[in-house]
Design a protein around this ligand. Structure first.
Ligand code: C5P
Length: 287
């Protein structure tokens, strides 16, 4: 028996860090949405109690450092699973890019192993387990458009984002989320209006939504990598409705309503960037 789970990438339509908590993490408010750019996780039972991880990506560790490995190990230990598992990660989402690729792989592994090992855990239980591994994992258990708060563990599904095209550009460098948060000065940073953004999404008001989109981490990452600002500017110049960095970066995405314009922007960006993707939202509301 083999089980396959899709692990979609996410973008942050909004990300605000309110303050740093005594445990070192930041209290966050985010609006997240899944895009149609997915890794694929396949799990297969093994009789020997072992975790064998394989992947087509040369950027990923295949040992305990990988969140997918940690997910399997956590379920095995917590629920006394006797057998083992072979897990394969087919990678499409850029690594360390601000698109939650690793977290989504981890979440997909939890969902797949829940089935493979007949654990009968609810999505809430899987999200709680996932939060022990990484802050973005609980959102990735559910996907869709969501308001996410706390450290990342409070996930509330909201109305789907208005349908549009998404063009993603991943610059060459990889960014460490920890380093970006460390460099953030919450008091001096810009804070997007997440409540207003949520309202706009729930009202299916695309125009209001793009006006409210913002990411408090953007200035921090741009300071280190000015190329992010250049990509944003070229996206707007080529006709995007809005352009923003996702998560802690460095991936920049832009939204656009019309397919033809999306294709034009994609072609223009492809001229001077290696990693460019044109995708749709995974779930969206037709206005
Ligand atoms: O939870 P995760 O390991 O994915 O987080 C990576 C790093 O991002 C943390 O070590 C922390 O520095 C930072 N972070 C934070 N506040 C959050 C989530 C992550 O400061 N809510």
């Amino acid at each position: 028996m083999e089980i396959m789970e899709k692990a979609p990438a996410k973008i942050n339509l909004g990300l605000d860090a309110l303050y740093q908590r005594p445990d070192g993490y930041h209290e966050l408010e985010m609006i997240m949405a899944s895009v149609d750019l997915s890794d694929r996780i396949t799990v297969r039972p093994l009789t020997k109690k072992t975790i064998e991880l394989t992947t087509d990506s040369s950027f990923l560790p295949t040992d305990k450092k990988n969140h997918v490995y940690q997910a399997a190990e956590l379920l095995m230990e917590r629920y006394g699973v006797t057998g083992g598992v072979a897990i394969d990660i087919e990678k499409k989402i850029p690594v360390a890019a601000g698109l939650a690729g690793g977290s989504s792989d981890c979440a997909a592994t939890l969902r797949a192993l829940n089935q493979l090992w007949d654990l009968d855990l609810s999505l809430e239980e899987l999200a709680k387990l996932g939060s022990e591994i990484g802050s973005d994992v609980p959102y990735c258990i559910y996907g869709n458009t969501a308001y996410v708060s706390g450290r990342g563990e409070k996930v509330e599904k909201i109305a789907d984002i208005p349908c549009c095209y998404v063009i993603l550009v991943k610059p060459h460098m990889s960014v460490s989320t920890q380093t970006v948060f460390k460099a953030l000065n919450v008091k001096q940073a810009q804070h997007p209006d997440i409540a207003g953004l949520r309202k706009a999404v729930e009202a299916h008001d695309y125009q209001a939504m793009i006006e409210k989109m913002g990411n408090t981490l953007e200035d921090v990452t741009i300071l280190k990598y000015p190329v992010i600002r250049q990509i944003k500017e070229s996206m707007m110049k080529f006709g995007a409705d809005v352009a923003l960095m996702s998560g802690s970066g460095p991936t920049v995405f832009c939204l656009v309503k019309q397919e033809k314009r999306a294709q034009r922007i994609y072609n223009a960006l492809k001229g001077f960037n290696d990693e460019v993707y044109l995708v749709r939202m995974l779930q969206c509301a037709v206005e």
